[in-house]
Write a protein that binds this ligand. Structure first.
Ligand code: HEC
Length: 207
């Protein structure tokens, strides 16, 4: 919507749209609250299970045909793996990124605002802790940043340096709009968002 309208609109209108993005209100459940602790525990274990499953499949695919094979594998399977875990746990599992590769993992304004806070905390060298926010349906949502390690740079690094140009070309064929390159070791790459759609939070708990 924004991209479409920004082509035909005057610059002033574009600025208004950007201001609107910043105004989204995000309410969090306080870390001292029991509801926070319960959701954090469940969210964290679901994120770990998903991470382990994705990691296992990635390693197998890399072992059987290198990163080029793993790229095609991810293209078909990453969403299927997250969806199947989500179904089993009765939650919605998302691996979101501001610089996304798969458009399905794009952040909306609400998620962007939360992620921006993480990026600021990262730049301030603060510990990146889990957060639990409440969405517009009063469901709790667990968030946790995803950081890169050296291995990730094979597919998310700098083309011609930490990542080969050949692999970058192959990725662009599969994801023409890829933004998920030029990362360095230890940087925030995105975040988990795990929505407990069956749980309703008393709005008084959120601040
Ligand atoms: C073999 C190549 C490869 C490696 C290694 C790799 N990724 Fe990815 N990554 C991909 C592909 C391909 C996608 C798109 C998956 C899809 O279509 O759902 C992706 C998607 C993601 C996403 C979802 C958001 C988005 O941009 O679509 C995150 C987050 C992510 N990767 C983080 C990491 C991290 C962290 C590491 C290291 C621990 C890593 N990746 C290692 C290829 C890779």
């Amino acid at each position: 919507m924004f991209i479409l309208s920004s082509c035909s609109n005057t610059p002033t209108q574009t600025i208004k749209e950007e201001t609107k993005e910043k105004d989204v209100k995000v309410s969090y459940i306080s870390q001292n609250n029991q509801a926070f602790k319960t959701i954090k525990k469940k969210g964290s274990s679901i994120a770990i299970i998903t991470q382990v499953e994705l990691g296992k499949s990635l390693k197998n695919a890399m072992a059987s045909g290198g990163p080029e094979n793993a790229i095609s594998f991810c293209n078909l399977d990453a969403m299927r793996i997250t969806d199947s875990i989500a179904k089993a746990e009765n939650v919605i599992v998302k691996r979101l990124a501001k610089k996304n590769r798969n458009v399905a993992n794009k952040m909306d304004d609400f998620e962007s605002k939360i992620y921006k806070q993480y990026v600021m905390e990262y730049l301030d060298k603060k510990p990146l802790k889990a957060k639990v926010a409440v969405n517009q349906n009063s469901n709790p949502v667990y968030y946790k940043p995803i950081l890169t390690n050296n291995m990730c740079l094979t597919c998310h690094g700098t083309p011609g340096s930490t990542m080969t140009n050949e692999l970058n070309d192959k990725i662009k064929e599969l994801y023409p709009d890829d933004k998920a390159i030029n990362f360095e070791d230890g940087q925030p790459r995105g975040m988990w968002a795990i929505t407990f759609a069956n749980v309703n939070v008393n709005p008084k708990l959120a601040q």
